[in-house]
Design a protein around this ligand. Structure first.
Ligand code: ARG
Length: 560
């Protein structure tokens, strides 16, 4: 039952678009006054009347029915009270029937969204700084898919630049195929760091590195073999982490993929008179827009990060015909995205308006907890392994008899890291604390996962259940139900705002309401109607929490 739709139809307002009206109806934060509300100031322009008058006219002519029991006008708002029992019965039924699909919708209607996220750099360590882009981007992919969009998840690999020439020089001097196979990404990082130390003393190394980079670009066999090896090793290593985090991509087209796709873009910029030459370099002047110039070609004719992003954007539009193209990248790159979106707009690409930089804040580790370091960065793999180990110890401590402890520790440990990174508004800088994310009390993943396990044990104790249509609801039961009913809106909102934390917060709110209900109400009670009703609530909570966690890339566990 869609109450907003029902209200929209009942109001039957001349001259007001039904889908507009639908979107104006909101769920008030405090439901004492009503379960749904229509802010009538949104109609005053169209209806040429004051919000107070619109609200009172509408309230006077409203006829209550089996779904809406009351409609009143208060300060220009129209407040609706629903028949809560009918609402509860139909909602529980809907959730239990829909299962994994509860909260899904077809709002995307097959439209395509490209999501550029994680976008790691080849031969560089995968560190805690990549956590946010990876989990925010992955959650957005899952959320948009759940809403009926076609999603193209893109790992725009940083696989271009003179650093690969440097790596070849370093490899030839201090490493070998065996050492790289053995030491993997750590070996590549080691020789890269060593290169920088040594090149300070011997600047001729940089010339050699530039020569090797040119050889890669020119298709030289040996140089490309090495480059591909570095790429393969990096991807194999990061793939382990992606697997743990339940992250997948549809494309790994990185910066080097655009080597042969930039010339047409540069030509178009020239044709449209947008290029200026300054100190030999080709730039697009953005002074008029209060920004420094966007660099397109260096004086030696080589391309830049922005040039590759321009070519990638054009390629994505041509290949996927996206409705939106998102870039989940730290706020440090705000200027880069503003510049290159502007250049696309100046080129007359009407779709430049569909490009979105989804910026997020920094993650740092609580001081004192940086136990494992490599080349001065905190590796994401180490953070995940530490959290999994700590989760294992907690389980050993609290529930040593539990079967499958390792599997559970993995779900709890990785879940804690993901949830911790998705807990706050994405633009906030966060400090990661092992103790905080692993706590069973508070706004944490273990708390939510534990609630799901609690639902499971209730369900297995209570059996199948049965009719509860004559139930009398109490306030704690209704509180859970009213939160259950908001899930679909929360998912839509999180997509519209590119804000997975709304789903995270929702999971906490639902778990909190359920636990309050659980503590205050005996579920396996003697009255079969009450028992069946409470069992249905428990099933619906399990489904909804599981769906919320799945959207975030987090697994649930049967027992904990
Ligand atoms: N590899 C880049 C970095 O680590 C991020 C790339 C983001 N995506 C893009 N299309 N620019 O900073």
């Amino acid at each position: 039952m869609d109450y907003k739709k029902h209200i929209t139809e009942k109001l039957n307002l001349q001259g007001v678009d039904k889908s507009d009206l639908y979107s104006f109806i909101e769920i008030p934060p405090n439901t004492d006054m009503g379960d749904f509300a229509l802010p009538c100031f949104k109609l005053s322009k169209i209806l040429r009347s004051s919000p107070v008058k619109i609200a009172s006219d509408l309230a006077n002519s409203f006829v209550a029915d089996e779904y809406i029991s009351e409609c009143s006008a208060v300060n220009g708002y129209l407040n609706f009270k629903i028949n809560r029992k009918n609402f509860a019965l139909s909602l529980l039924n809907d959730i239990i029937c829909a299962g994994n699909d509860y909260g899904a919708s077809d709002m995307g209607n097959g439209k395509t969204i490209c999501i550029d996220f994680s976008s790691i750099n080849i031969a560089k360590p995968f560190h805690i700084g990549h956590l946010s882009t990876t989990v925010i981007g992955s959650a957005l992919c899952k959320i948009f898919r759940f809403l009926g969009y076609k999603v193209v998840g893109i790992n725009h690999l940083g696989d271009y630049g003179t650093q690969f020439g440097k790596l070849i020089v370093a490899f030839k001097r201090w490493s070998s195929f065996e050492a790289v196979q053995e030491g993997r990404l750590k070996e590549l990082t080691r020789i890269y760091v060593k290169y920088h130390d040594e090149a300070k003393l011997d600047p001729s190394m940089d010339d050699e590195a530039r020569r090797y980079f040119k050889l890669i670009e020119d298709g030289d066999k040996e140089s490309n073999e090495l480059f591909n090896l570095f790429k393969k090793i990096t991807l194999e290593e990061v793939d382990k982490i992606y697997k743990l985090l339940n992250v997948t991509f549809d494309s790994y087209a990185g910066e080097s993929f655009y080597n042969d796709k930039m010339a047409p873009v540069v030509d178009e910029l020239k044709e449209k008179g947008l290029i200026k030459v300054s100190d030999g370099a080709s730039i697009v002047d953005l002074e008029e827009y209060g920004m420094p110039p966007c660099l397109i070609l260096k004086s030696d004719g080589s391309s830049l990060y922005a040039t590759r992003d321009m070519a990638a954007a054009v390629y994505r539009k041509n290949t996927y015909d996206f409705d939106k193209c998102l870039y989940v990248v730290a706020y440090q790159q705000n200027l880069h995205f503003k510049q290159f979106f502007k250049v696309l707009e100046l080129m007359g690409k009407e779709w430049a308006k569909d490009m979105v930089h989804v910026a997020y804040g920094m993650v740092s580790l609580e001081s004192g907890s940086m136990s494992t370091r490599s080349g001065n960065v905190v590796l994401l793999e180490d953070v995940l392994n530490t959290t999994i180990d700590k989760a294992y110890k907690v389980i050993e401590d609290k529930n040593p008899e539990l079967a499958d402890k390792e599997k559970i520790a993995k779900a709890v440990g990785t879940g804690a890291v993901i949830f911790g990174a998705l807990c706050n508004n994405k633009i906030k800088d966060i400090t990661f604390s092992y103790d905080r994310v692993l706590s069973f009390e508070g706004e944490t993943c273990p708390y939510v996962q534990y609630t799901v396990a609690r639902c499971n044990s209730v369900i297995s104790k209570c059996g199948n259940g049965g009719d509860y249509s004559n139930v009398d609801m109490n306030a704690e039961e209704y509180e859970v139900i009213s939160i259950l009913g908001k899930f679909g809106d929360v998912v839509k909102n999180s997509a519209e705002k590119y804000e997975p934390s709304l789903v995270t917060r929702y999971a906490i709110d639902l778990a909190t309401a359920f636990n309050k209900f659980y503590i205050g109400n005996k579920i396996a009670c003697d009255d079969p109607t009450v028992k069946n009703f409470r069992l249905a609530i428990t099933k619906a909570v399990k489904i909804t929490l599981t769906n919320a966690l799945t959207l975030l890339g987090i697994e649930t566990v049967e027992q904990m």
